[in-house]
Ligand binder design. Sequence first.
Ligand code: ZN
Length: 134
Amino acid sequence: MGRPFLDYVEDDKSPRFVCAHCSCDIATTSALVWEGYMAHQTPAYLFRDTVNVEAFTPERQEQLSTGMYVLADVRCRSCCTPFGWRYISALSENQKYKERTTLVQKSCLRRQSPETTPTWPRFLSRTLPVEVVQ
Ligand SMILES: [Zn+2]
């Protein structure tokens, strides 16, 4: 198994969202589509782009209050905490903007401003050159 490969958000100037449990990067505030989201009465964020978030269930159809969707549940790639779900596709035309977005419960994330970003070595950062073995 070993250590999971983790990505880092590439924007060092905006506040970022990190996993509340393991502090790995999840998204920048600029990737936020909607902050006041409610998912089954639970406050949540909707993100256009995330890192270190992986689907861990098969895709399924589910009827939500705004329409029928194909969803997959997502979790933190580092600590496996269930976060919410990803909208794979939306059946209603006016909900298509949600496709490929990711919903994460607010309680699963912590907002971190750039100044408080810890300076531990980012040894797996994808911004470093990667050696390719031919
Ligand atoms: Zn985590």
